[in-house]
Every structure is written in C-alpha cells, then in structure tokens.
Design a protein. Structure first.
Length: 175
C-alpha cells in the first residue's frame, strides 16, 4: 500500500506559534496558496482515495488538492490532531510535550503514548481496508509525528518533533 501524508496549510495560529489541536482554525491566505502548490505536486500522483481529518484546516486543504480530480474523500477522526487540552491556544515547551520517554500525563491533554497508539490503530485499519490502494492522508503536524514514529520507530534521541511535517509538505510511505 502506498500512503502519502501531507499537513494542512498555514493558519494564523501557526504564525503565532499557538498550539492548535482540536481548535477548528481556518487556513489563512498563505495556507491556501500552500495547498495550491501541494496540489501541483499531488496532481502528478495517481490516487485512489483521500482520508482527511474532519477539522476545517485539513478539509480546506483536501478540497483544494482534490479540485478537478473528484477523488473520494473520507473524513476520519483517527487522524485528528492530538488533543492538547489545557494547552490549546497557548505557547508551550514542545520538548517535554513530545517526549516519548517521559510520557507525561496531563489533566486534559492527550498523553503522547495514547496519541501514538491512536494513530497506530488508524494505520492498522487503513492497511487492512485499503491494502491495494494509493491513499493520501491530509492531516496535522502532530499526526505526522505519530505516523513517522509508527512507521520509522521512536527516535533514540527522543526528539519526536523533528518528524513534524511543514505546512503542505508531502511525505511518501510504503506500508
């Protein structure tokens, strides 16, 4: 199975360095242009299906990428961004928040191991359901980290954040 992963286009909160997990933030003008540029790259790829997080920023990115192609889009909460709970809309130290080794528990925010397990379950599901397909996942920075952890392994230096895709960056996997 061929899987392509892209992160949504830029939002104002990306510029402001605010945590935007489940907050339903729209793309800004730069994000729309980034999605148009990603479309040019993705148009070169034969796809059977797009699976997209149900948040506005990913939906808009997927719609732009899919314009004129009419590839089926499935919205799946399995690739929604990590629930940042009490940190939503704030600026935080990401080193600790993304440390697999410390696996810190929070009052409301999704724990790193639970998050990676959720994304792993999603990958297992699509592996089974779409095993002979070429699938594009339109998702979030945090989910791109989790996907890389699932498919490449946890980095020995515990710097999971280095796996984060930039806005509208495209990554390819064979799973």
């Amino acid at each position: 199975m061929k899987v392509y992963v892209t992160r949504h286009g830029q939002t104002d909160w990306n510029i402001q360095k605010k945590v935007q997990g489940r907050a339903d933030i729209e793309l800004n003008e730069t994000g729309i242009e980034q999605a148009k540029q990603a479309k040019k790259e993705i148009d070169k790829i034969e796809l059977d299906l797009i699976i997209c997080s149900p948040l506005k920023r990913t939906k808009k990115t997927a719609e732009i990428i899919n314009k004129g192609r009419n590839i089926p889009i499935i919205y799946d909460e399995g690739i929604m961004e990590r629930d940042f709970g009490e940190f939503e809309g704030k600026k935080i130290n990401f080193d600790e928040f993304w440390s697999y080794k410390s696996n810190k528990k929070y009052q409301k925010a999704e724990n790193i191991k639970d998050f990676i397990n959720r994304v792993s379950g999603f990958l297992d599901k699509i592996r089974e359901e779409y095993k002979d397909k070429k699938v594009l996942l339109v998702t979030h920075g945090g989910v791109s980290i989790a996907i890389n952890c699932c498919l490449k392994g946890i980095p020995e230096d515990d710097e999971l954040i280095k796996y984060c895709l930039h806005n509208c960056e495209i990554q390819e996997f064979e799973i």
